[in-house]
Design a protein around this ligand. Sequence first.
Ligand SMILES: [Zn+2]
Length: 268
Amino acid sequence: MASTFPIRALRWLRRHRAGRIVCTRPAHVFCPGGAISFTFDDFPRSALTAGGAILEKYGCRGTYYTALNLAGTRDVLGPMFEPGDICAAHQQGHEIACHTFRHVNCARAGVREIAADIADNEAALAALIPGYAPVNFAYPYGELSLRAKRALAPRFWSCRGISEGLNFGMVDLAELRVARIHASDYNAGAFRLLVDRAVDAGGWLIFYTHDVADAPSPFGCTPEQLEEIVSYAAVRASVLPVCDVVARLGLAEAAPASSAHRQQDARM
Ligand SMILES: [Zn+2]
């Protein structure tokens, strides 16, 4: 048994690396003046009560990649969203986007398991917001395999990972790049430079974090840190949810038309 472990590990590593290298959904991104998105993974309550409030203060909206099975739970990120928070965020104009339902790791699960888990997530979401179907997805843990990426690329307008970078020129819509906002390595000057770079290049910069709290988890940030970035970004570029950027780029056609129309109807 022990002798098979290195072989299995190497196979997993090969799949994992291939998923990172192979572009499955090439698209050209050019956003004159720059586009900035603020995204929150898993949806801790503080991401809406503190994070959403900061975005709204500057007239902006964010994207919440939500794993519905985490509703009402509590973990290292603090209290997670309650079902009513999903409806409130949606009514406030934020985008509710898709994660997996049980926070399944897409690098380890098979394609059928991932698809079933996402279907559960979509069903739970539609039960809260009738007729709503999410059109953007983020890989839990940022983990993916080439098979998962190929399966999800045509299903959503975009899929977001956690590899760092600016989305500009030819990008892979099946693994959008990000800049993470974590309190432990927070650097206001570096973030301002990233925003400036997006503005100058006409790029799309996607920030991501989790909780927004005075004593944040290792995966979150403080309200002061988030506000410092939002306030800077809001005067330099267009701050938009992921769905709005993809739509403005004219790249929304890959998702099921019914989903796109349902979402637009629900947002009005
Ligand atoms: Zn997650």
